[in-house]
Design a binder for this molecule. Structure first.
Ligand code: ARG
Length: 464
């Protein structure tokens, strides 16, 4: 294995790194993922050096062309620096010097790897956040289409995992749409803290050269530049915020996953899984396993772990750059890859992997006592104070259970024995369709409300 020559740093070093330490120190194995952003950042830096007359236009052109050549080499698969390069920044600089000679060594004027790596990471994250937002939009669109198909499909609603009140299935699905909408907005909001340029902060204190940080930032599409060089090179708040936003995306995907897993069980039987999104057991031939939602639920833990890892990494760091910060990359890369994979998998699962068993759902909402609240509401609208009505309905449920009857199976005499206010219209009032339809308060599960929610959801998707 080649190890960095002492000259990688300066003449001060006399012996090469111990091979194991070189390996330990190197980030090239993972930060090669930043190469496109590193090249883009370096091009902007070179152009800024030309504009400020720190290097000549000819030198700038040679550097930019050299960087472009490296980009093409990388895209062709011909640029594969090994551990001797230490990290992507050194790898690029070294290749540039091989390609264009000594002028390549001028690229690093007025810059440090500390502001460089911060720039790269922000450019990477900015692009990845946009990509995740795009994937969230597809996920939302899939939830919305499914909701549009299932406005009139009823599903038991639960609290404490006990049957509570029936719902429109669309309403249930749209709850996840709204969570994803918040996730999308959270990413949108945090972009303004990702999109700040540390380039030109130097190693920690700025630089003696007459640089133009605003110009380089503009070339890179940054909204503004860090106002304090120490903060600029050592801030990772934006990465932590992203890990937090990613964790919340995972919370939401994981809750839906948990429901899918329950719904696919024999006990619930609310959905069936299609072969394209489930797997069999190696030993029990009757099984079809919900691997996709299980994996999403399982991967949630590692995303939370990255958030925790980043927080702990930061909490004791003195200003400014410390090598600990190299640890941010694997956490962020894995968070990005995990979240993207999970959003995509859940979108596929929803669009082609599950079927709601509508007859089974109808049967489920017809065979329980989840219309009991509506009996109390019925009495309340007939003038019985709600708390009193609530107590009476407790009695109704008890009587029905003892008689082995559902509420709709009680005779009018039985109803009236409990309270004279019951009339023949009680049967219509407690039919599941009516029970759902009647919850017409804003944001409720009533069908009119669900149609309005669908309209709002369509509008949100139309807004970008
Ligand atoms: N590979 C380093 C990182 O990822 C780049 C910055 C190195 N800076 C330094 N002063 N050693 O953080």
């Amino acid at each position: 294995m080649q190890t960095p020559s002492p000259q990688t740093w300066s003449q001060r070093f006399e012996t090469a790194l111990h091979p194991a330490i070189a390996l330990f120190n190197a980030s090239i194995g993972f930060d090669i993922q930043l190469i496109e952003y590193d090249l883009t950042g370096s091009e902007a830096h070179a152009k800024m050096l030309v504009k400020t007359e720190i290097i000549s236009p000819e030198e700038g052109e040679a550097i930019v062309n050299g960087l472009e050549t490296i980009r093409q080499e990388y895209r062709r698969g011909d640029f594969n620096p090994g551990v001797e390069a230490e990290d992507v920044h050194f790898a690029v600089e070294r290749r540039l010097t091989e390609l264009i000679g000594d002028v390549g060594k001028k690229l690093h004027t007025a810059r440090s790897r500390n502001d460089q790596v911060g720039t790269d990471l922000r450019l990477y994250l900015r692009a990845q956040i946009e990509a995740i937002q795009g994937e969230l939009r597809q996920y939302q669109q899939t939830l919305l289409s499914l909701a549009e198909d299932h406005v009139e499909t009823l599903i038991p609603g639960y609290t404490h995992l006990q049957r509570a009140q029936p719902l429109s299935l669309a309403h249930h699905l749209l709850a996840y749409f709204d969570m994803a909408q918040r996730d999308w907005e959270r990413l949108h909001d945090l972009q303004k803290r990702v999109n700040i340029s540390p380039l030109g902060c130097g190693a920690l204190a700025g630089t003696t050269f007459p640089i133009d940080r605003q110009y380089a930032a503009e070339l890179l599409g940054f909204e503004k530049v860090y106002g304090n060089s120490l903060d600029g090179v050592s801030d990772r708040d934006f990465a932590i915020e992203f890990a937090c936003a990613a964790s919340l995306i995972m919370v939401h995907l994981s809750r839906l996953s948990e429901e899918m897993i329950l719904w696919a069980s024999e006990e619930f039987s609310f959905v069936t899984l299609n072969d394209s999104c489930s797997t069999g057991s190696s030993i029990m031939p009757q099984k079809k396993n919900p691997d996709v939602p299980e994996l999403v639920r399982g991967k949630t833990g590692r995303v939370f772990g990255h958030l925790q890892g980043l927080l702990v990494m930061m909490k004791g760091l003195p200003l400014a750059y410390n090598k600990d910060l190299q640890e941010d990359k694997e956490a962020i890369f894995d968070t990005v890859n995990t979240v993207r994979g999970c959003v995509e998998a859940m979108t596929i699962l929803l669009s082609e992997g599950v079927n709601f068993r509508v007859p089974r759902l109808r049967q489920a909402v017809n065979e329980d006592y989840s219309n009991a609240t509506d009996v109390a509401d019925y009495l309340a609208t007939k003038g019985v104070p709600f708390r009193e009505a609530y107590n009476l309905v407790g009695k109704v449920v008890k009587t029905s259970l003892a008689a082995g009857k559902l509420l709709r199976e009680l005779t009018l005499e039985e109803w009236q024995a409990i309270h004279p206010a019951f009339e023949d219209d009680i049967y219509a009032a407690i039919a599941p369709q009516q029970v759902v339809s009647a919850r017409n308060s804003y944001g409720g599960t009533g069908f009119d409300q669900v149609h309005q929610s669908i309209a709002r959801a369509n509008q949100a998707l139309g807004e970008g």
